[in-house]
Design a protein around this ligand. Structure first.
Ligand code: FES
Ligand SMILES: [Fe+2]
Length: 444
């Protein structure tokens, strides 16, 4: 978000808006006001700098580079000799080349320009430092020991690669001061028994404002209208737009909103948690026993470009043979891609309207159900002022867009994966028909 947009958001006095439907239950509201008396606008401890889930473990393959960026800063993930993941700034310290086109050999990163080879062991005894162990000109053998890669702390956990992003990569990992523990981001820390679930996952890229995508995932009402025809749930339909009683809590680690149907016999609809800076968890029932948990991670690649990892954890359909047979994974992916295309249709142009300054105070009319969105924007305003992440690696009209052009890997921006998923469904269906038919013919 640019400074201009930030000013606009600061000028939005959200509390002034007249909710059409004030549905926060009064008990939660009074609890909320007690808490807010101490710190009115932001209970959440962490800001925009901190732990981000940046990709799935599966995306970082042995001997391959995984290129991405955070807040405009090009970065690389790769696996070292022991298969530990490293996150480095995509710039060779020799003469500043990108590692695009470089290679990994025996866990060592090799620059494509002059062949500098980097190892976290090599001649450097400090494992927190990735140093050059070889460079072409042997007259400079000491030089090799003096050049180091800049990197960020990186942890692989539960099939995610997390990095601690500060905007200032350092040559030595032990020089980082970790202000927020990774545990704050983990679903297990909130009571979810993640090891008991199977999951499906897709990654999608949006040419849209990162913060707007999170807002979309905290927005309960759009689910009915935008995704009513796609989500396979009879209660989610354009024809049954309903309003909810909300119970919102704001704590140091999360904002949580539980949406209960107004018709008490129907009980809870869903609960949404926002865990800063980029995680949203959606589920129903108690954390320990929820049948279905959706975890969404938002990665701010660059201005107007963001990546989302969505993972659906389920306690049912855990038999791999059966799920394979009925194409469960492909069919799930088809729903994911469709849902994200629907969101993208809204988000890309909404981001444009925001950047053009068209979204003014009078265009923002919050409903009762938007209270979560309001609290989220409260946090965001504070965090943008405190951390200013977009000012750490600013680009301008003259900046080469080479990284941005390479980055949009996943649908909906690049629909290739969605199409190949469709083809896989068609192929597998044909095979599933041919095999029994063939057997039948043999028997006859
Ligand atoms: S720029 Fe990387 S080896 Fe020269
Ligand atoms: Fe959506």
């Amino acid at each position: 978000m640019s400074q201009e947009e930030l000013k606009q958001f600061n000028s939005l006095n959200l509390a002034d808006s007249t909710p059409m439907n004030q549905s926060i239950d009064s008990k939660s509201e009074s609890l909320l006001s007690e808490k807010t008396a101490i710190q009115p606008s932001n209970q959440l401890e962490s800001g925009l700098l901190g732990w981000y889930a940046t990709c799935s473990s599966r995306a970082v393959k042995r001997d391959e580079l995984y290129l991405f960026s955070m807040y405009n800063e090009p970065l690389i993930l790769y696996r070292d000799k022991d298969l530990n993941v490293k996150c480095i700034k995509d710039m060779c310290p020799h003469r500043g080349a990108s590692f695009t086109g470089g290679q990994i050999k025996e866990g060592e990163l090799i620059c494509p320009y002059h062949g500098a080879r980097f190892s976290s062991k090599g001649e450097c005894t400090n494992l927190d430092r990735i140093t050059c162990s070889h460079i072409v000109d042997t007259n400079y053998d000491n030089y090799a020991k003096k050049i180091h890669l800049s990197q960020y702390p990186c942890i692989e956990k539960n099939g995610y690669i997390y990095i601690y992003y500060t905007g200032k990569a350092k040559t030595n990992l032990s020089d980082f001061e970790i202000n927020y523990p990774l545990e704050n981001s983990l679903a297990e820390s909130y009571g979810f028994k993640i090891s008991e679930y199977e999951y499906e996952e897709v990654t999608v890229d949006f040419k849209a404002d990162w913060a707007r995508i999170i807002e979309n995932h905290l927005d309960i009402l759009h689910i009915f209208w935008v995704h009513g025809d796609t989500i396979p749930d009879k209660d989610v339909s354009r024809n049954i737009i309903t309003s909810f009683n909300q119970a919102i809590t704001r704590e140091a680690r999360q904002i949580q909103s539980k949406y209960n149907h107004k018709d008490k016999s129907k009980g809870e609809f869903i609960t949404i948690k926002f865990i800063p800076p980029g995680r949203v968890i959606i589920y129903k029932g108690e954390e320990e026993s929820s049948r279905y948990v959706q975890v969404l991670d938002h990665i701010p690649l660059a201005e107007n470009r963001a990546r989302v990892i969505v993972r659906h954890y389920r306690r049912f359909m855990k038999n791999k043979l059966l799920t394979n047979l009925i194409l469960f994974k492909n069919l799930q992916h088809r729903v994911f891609y469709k849902v994200f295309s629907e969101d993208y249709m809204i988000l890309k142009t909404q981001s444009f309207n925001q950047q053009m300054g068209y979204i003014e105070k009078d265009n923002v009319k919050l409903l009762g159900e938007d209270k979560m969105v309001q609290y989220y924007w409260d946090w965001l305003q504070n965090a943008l002022i405190k951390d200013r992440p977009w000012e750490l690696h600013p680009t301008n009209a003259h900046t080469n867009t080479v990284h941005k052009d390479m980055e949009m890997l996943y649908p909906p921006e690049n629909p290739k994966l969605a199409k190949s998923n469709q083809r896989a469904i068609a192929m597998k269906l044909v095979i599933r028909l041919i095999v029994p038919l063939g057997l039948l013919l043999l028997i006859l």
